[in-house]
Design a protein. Structure first.
Length: 89
C-alpha cells in the first residue's frame, strides 16, 4: 500500500508543465477580475472593507504572477522571488 503513496524521492515538480502554467494564468485572471469587482463595489457602496479586501486580491495576483514569471529560471532566482513574496506578504 505504501508503494504508491507518491512520496518517492524521484518525484520532481518544477512547475514547467503547460497545464500548470495554464491553471496559474487562470488563477491570476480570476484574482485580477475580483480585484476590479471589489474596487468598483467598494467605491460605489463607499465600503472601506471591500476596498481593503480588493488589495488582498491584488496582492495574490502579484504573487501568482511572480511565480509564473520565475518558472524555469535558476534556483537562485526562484529563491529570491520566494523571499520577496514572503517578505511582501
Amino acid at each position: 500500500m505504501a508503494d504508491n503513496c507518491g512520496c518517492e524521492i524521484t518525484q520532481k515538480f518544477d512547475g514547467s508543465s503547460k497545464e500548470y502554467k495554464r491553471i496559474l494564468v487562470i488563477i491570476i485572471a480570476i484574482n485580477l477580475v475580483m480585484f476590479f469587482v471589489e474596487v468598483i463595489g467598494g467605491i460605489s457602496s463607499r465600503s472601506v472593507a471591500l476596498l481593503a479586501d480588493s488589495l488582498d486580491f491584488l496582492g495574490d495576483t502579484t504573487t501568482y504572477t511572480i511565480s509564473l514569471l520565475v518558472i524555469g529560471l535558476s534556483l537562485a532566482t526562484r529563491a529570491k522571488a520566494g523571499m520577496f513574496k514572503g517578505i511582501s506578504l
